[in-house]
Design a protein around this ligand. Structure first.
Ligand code: FAD
Length: 468
C-alpha cells in the first residue's frame, strides 16, 4: 500500500507516557511521529485525570482551610460557589498545560498526527482522522503508549446522574446525596471535592478498607479527619444493582462475605463509578504488528520496555500496575533511550503513590502492612506531627511520618507520610531508598526548621536502631 509519512519513531498515544517518549526520541535525533486520537495532547492525566482533579482539590482545600480558620480567630464569610466559573478555571488549567505540550512538540519538530491508530503491519500504522480520512505511517521503531480506560460495571444503566471520573470532573451539578462506588484514590479524591462543595457522601467498597495499598494506620488518620464528609462508609460490600428512577438512582448492595447483613438499598442524586481502569491493549490491532497482548489487555515488556517484537516498545498504564503518570514518564525515557541505542533499563526500586486527599496520604517502597504479611524483618521510626511545631502552627497536627528499615542492613526500604503536603515530601524518602541510605544518612542530614519535611529526619532520629 501507499505510505504517507515515514519516520524513525512512531509513538502511539499522547498521554504522559507518549509525549515524554516522543520528546525524548526527538531530542535523541530520531525523526518522530506522535499519533493521538484526541485534539489535545496530554492523555488521561492532563485532560481528565491528575491535573483537573488537582485543580478542583486545591479549591476544596482552600475552602476547608478557610473554614478551619475560625478556630484560629479568623472567620470568613460562607463561600459562594459559581460552578460555571470553577469549571472554567479547571478547563483553563488543562488548556494551559496541553497548550504547553503543543509548543514543546513543535519546538522538537515532533510530527503530531491526529486520529485513531491501528497497526497494519510490524512497520506500519493506519491513522483514521475524525473526518474518516486515513494516513499510513511507516516506522522503523515504535513505542505503544495507548493507556487505559475506565472499567464499567455491566449492570449500570446510561443516565446523566451516573458518572465515571471523567464525568465527575465535568462538575455539572452538586448533588445532595452522592454515592462513590470504589474506595480507591480516584474515588476518594472526587469525594473530597464534592463533599466540600456541599454533597453528602456514601462510599461502597468490596475490600475490608478504603485506600487499599496504604498502611491502615495512615488510612485511619485520614478517615478520622474526614468522618464529617460521609454518612455511610460501606466496606466489605458489593454493589449489585443500579436503577435509574425518576426520584433518584436506586442502588442495591450485598455483603461481600457470605452470611453478613447487607446495607439497605439507597436513593442517590449522583453516583460515581470508580472501580478501576483497564488497559487499551486490545484496541490497537496489536496482532497485526505481531505484538502479544494478555487476556486482560496488558502488553508484557522486558527491562528495556521492549515487547515480544524487538523494535516495538510499550509503556505506561498499558504495561501494568501501578497505573501512574510518573511511572509512565520514567518508562517513556527508558524506551526512547533504548530505541536510540543507549543502554537504558527500567531499574527503579520504588514508585511512590499519593492520595491527594485532605490530609494527603503518601507512601513508597515496602509498607508496614506488606512487611507483616510477608514476614519481612523490619524496624520502623515514626514521628508524630503532634510534636512538629510547624504542623501544630498550621493547626494540622493529625499526621505522622514513618520510615521502614531493613532490620539487618538498617537501610530504609519504605516510608509513609499522612498529613498536609505529604505528596510533596515523599520524594525525599524515594531518593533515600534509591541511594541505599540508612537512618544515620537521613537523621544526620540537616533539614530546615520548622518544616513538615523535617519530620522525615525526625523519623530517622526516632528510630533507635542506629541513631543514638
Ligand atoms: P493515557 O494518559 O491513558 O494516554 C493514552 C493516550 O493514548 C490517550 O490520549 C488516548 O486518547 C490515546 N490513544 C489510545 N489508543 C489510541 C489509538 N488507537 N489511536 C490514537 N490514540 C490512542 N496518576 C498520577 O500519577 N497522579 C495522579 O494524581 C493521578 N490522578 C488521576 C486522576 C484520575 C481521575 C484518573 C482517571 C487518573 C489519574 N492518574 C493519576 C493516572 C494517570 O492519569 C495515568 O497513569 C496516566 O495518564 C497514564 O499515562 P499513559 O501515557 O500510559 O496513558
Amino acid at each position: 500500500g501507499t505510505v504517507d509519512i515515514e519516520c524513525d519513531m512512531m509513538v502511539l498515544g499522547a498521554g504522559p507516557g507518549g509525549y515524554s517518549a516522543a520528546f525524548r526520541s526527538a531530542d535523541l535525533g530520531l525523526s518522530t511521529v506522535l499519533v493521538e486520537r484526541y485534539s489535545t495532547l496530554g492523555g488521561v492525566c492532563l485532560n481528565v485525570g491528575c491535573i483537573p482533579s488537582k485543580a478542583l482539590l486545591h479549591v476544596a482545600a482552600v475552602i476547608d482551610e478557610t473554614a478551619a480558620m475560625s478556630g484560629h480567630g479568623v472567620t470568613f464569610a460562607k463561600p459562594q460557589i459559581d460552578l460555571d466559573a470553577l469549571r472554567a478555571h479547571k478547563d483553563g488549567v488543562i488548556k494551559q498545560m496541553t497548550g504547553g505540550l503543543d509548543g514543546m512538540a513543535k519546538a522538537r519538530k515532533v510530527n503530531v498526527v491526529q486520529g485513531l491508530g491501528q497497526f497494519v503491519s510490524p512497520h506500519h500504522i493506519e491513522v483514521t482522522a475524525a473526518d474518516g480520512s486515513k494516513k499510513v505511517v511507516q516506522f522503523k521503531q515504535a513505542i505503544i503508549a495507548a493507556g487505559s480506560s475506565v472499567v464499567k460495571l455491566p449492570f449500570v444503566p446510561e443516565d446523566p446522574r451516573i458518572v465515571d471520573s471523567t464525568g465527575a470532573l465535568e462538575l455539572r451539578q452538586i448533588p445532595k446525596r452522592m454515592l462513590v462506588i470504589g474506595g480507591g484514590i480516584i474515588g476518594l479524591e472526587m469525594a473530597t471535592v464534592y463533599s466540600t462543595l456541599g454533597a453528602r457522601i456514601d462510599v461502597v467498597e468490596m475490600m475490608d478498607g478504603l485506600m487499599q495499598g496504604a498502611d491502615r494506620d495512615m488510612v485511619k488518620v485520614w478517615q478520622k479527619h474526614n468522618q464529617h464528609r460521609f454518612d455511610n462508609v460501606m466496606t466489605k460490600t458489593k454493589t449489585v444493582g443500579v436503577e435509574a428512577l425518576p426520584e433518584g438512582i436506586k442502588v442495591t448492595f450485598e455483603a461481600a462475605e457470605a452470611g453478613a447483613a447487607a446495607p439497605a438499598p439507597q436513593l442517590y442524586d449522583l453516583v460515581l463509578v470508580a472501580v478501576g481502569r483497564s488497559p487499551n491493549g486490545k484496541k490497537i490491532a496489536a496482532e497485526k504488528a505481531g505484538v502479544a497482548v494478555t487476556d486482560r489487555g496488558f502488553i508484557n515488556v522486558d527491562k528495556q520496555m521492549r515487547t515480544n517484537v524487538p523494535h516495538i516498545f510499550a509503556i505506561g498504564d498499558l504495561v501494568g500496575q501501578p497505573m501512574l503518570a510518573h511511572k509512565a514518564v520514567h518508562e517513556a525515557h527508558v524506551a526512547a533511550e533504548a530505541a536510540a541505542g543507549h543502554k537504558a533499563f527500567f531499574d527503579a526500586t520504588v514508585i511512590p503513590s499519593v492520595a491527594y486527599t485532605d490530609p494527603e496520604v503518601a507512601w513508597v517502597g515496602v509498607t508496614e502492612d506488606e512487611a507483616k504479611a510477608k514476614g519481612l524483618a523490619i524496624e520502623k521510626g515514626v514521628f508524630p506531627w503532634a510534636a512538629s511545631g510547624r504542623a501544630v502552627a498550621n493547626g494540622r497536627a493529625e499526621g505522622f511520618t514513618k520510615l521502614i528499615f531493613d532490620a539487618e542492613s538498617k537501610r530504609v526500604i519504605g516510608g509513609g507520610i499522612v498529613g498536609t503536603h505529604a505528596g510533596d515530601m515523599i520524594g525525599e524518602v524515594a531518593v533515600a531508598i534509591e541511594m541505599g541510605a540508612d537512618a544515620v544518612d537521613i537523621g544526620k542530614t540537616i533539614h530546615p526548621h520548622p518544616t513538615l519535611g523535617e519530620s522525615i529526619g525526625m523519623a530517622a532520629e526516632v528510630y533507635k536502631g542506629v541513631c543514638t
